[in-house]
Design a protein around this ligand. Structure first.
Ligand code: OGA
Ligand code: NI
Length: 297
């Protein structure tokens, strides 16, 4: 037991414990409290981007504007990113977290200023209670400035570069639509950003023996402009809607898009950066891959 608690990464601790160690246990007032979860047949809007470049563009832009205003979250299908690019990204993320501990630890750092870092929880230096997650943070734009930092085992370069380029293309389309939905010129947000930045997290959550005591990530809003989340087929993301937590069920080949704090400010509070959280499962691991788009810093 003593040896287990010295593990740097949750992935290497989780399989050795039968109950959640004390540093992951939330105070009673701050637990997932599953009875508060709205079991609703509603969901966040699912928007079909197929018609974005057709005669129905204006209808679609209205739908996007309403989703940004009412929900702060929506899912997109027919987004133009091929299934193989999505599956390859999920597979390589899975392969990374399956590497032997000594291989993964080559990327480990608990210094949040590092542009590439494998770490655990959120910020192990400042937070008292840990989150049930390991994550690899990467910078992804401009590609030629960051690719050399990415892991070479498994070989990230091709698969992840393709994924990042595709997601950036999707974000740029969404930013145009969101600009238009506010009655602004198509390139308004693009210009307002100045130089663009794109970061990514590969989140890995091993099965958890007591999922009601801890979080994969507690309720938070995203500080950046806009986030495009890819999740595997294991549910556990929840979005706050009218005071209750609404589960977002995975739909294959869709992305979840959410408004971040910077977009809320840029839109004069018209568009909402909404609280969301990730729970954990007792029997299944879960991978989620958010892309955070923001001004370059
Ligand atoms: C995030 C986030 C959700 C998830 O990383 O900001 O909200 O399901 N992730 O991992
Ligand atoms: Ni988030």
């Amino acid at each position: 037991m003593a040896a287990a608690t010295t593990k740097l990464l949750l992935s290497d601790l989780a399989s050795t414990v039968e109950s959640v160690t004390s540093n992951y246990i939330r105070p009673i007032s701050d637990r997932p409290n599953l009875t508060e979860v709205q079991i609703s047949d509603g969901s966040i809007p699912l928007i079909d981007l197929q018609v974005l470049d057709g005669p129905r563009r204006l209808d679609l832009i209205k739908q996007i504007g309403q989703a940004c205003h009412h929900d702060g979250f929506f899912q997109v299908k027919n987004h133009g990113i091929p299934e193989t690019i999505i599956n390859n990204m999920l597979s390589i993320a899975g392969a990374f977290f399956k590497l032997p501990e000594c291989e993964r630890l080559k990327s480990y750092s608990d210094d949040p200023s590092k542009s590439k870092r494998l770490s655990t929880s959120f910020n192990v230096n400042t937070k008292k209670v840990s989150n049930w997650r390991d994550y690899l943070r990467l910078h992804c734009y401009p590609l030629q400035d960051c690719m050399h930092e990415w892991p070479s085992n498994p070989p990230f370069f091709e698969v992840v570069a393709e994924y990042c380029t595709s997601v950036r293309g999707l974000v740029l389309k969404l930013l145009e639509a969101i600009s238009e939905s506010m009655g602004l010129q198509r390139d308004y947000i693009d210009k307002a950003l100045g130089k663009h930045g794109q970061h990514m997290a590969l989140n890995y959550r091993p099965p958890c023996p007591q999922p009601d005591l801890t979080y994969g990530l507690p309720g938070h809003t995203d500080p950046n402009l806009i986030t495009v989340l890819l999740q595997d087929d294991v549910p556990r993301l929840q979005v706050l809607r009218t005071g209750k937590w609404l589960p977002v069920s995975p739909i294959p080949n869709t992305f979840i898009v959410n408004i971040g704090d910077q977009m809320q400010v840029l839109s004069n509070d018209l568009y909402k950066s909404v609280l969301h959280r990730a729970l954990v499962n007792c029997d299944k691991e879960r991978i989620s891959i958010p892309t955070f788009y923001c001004p370059f810093t």
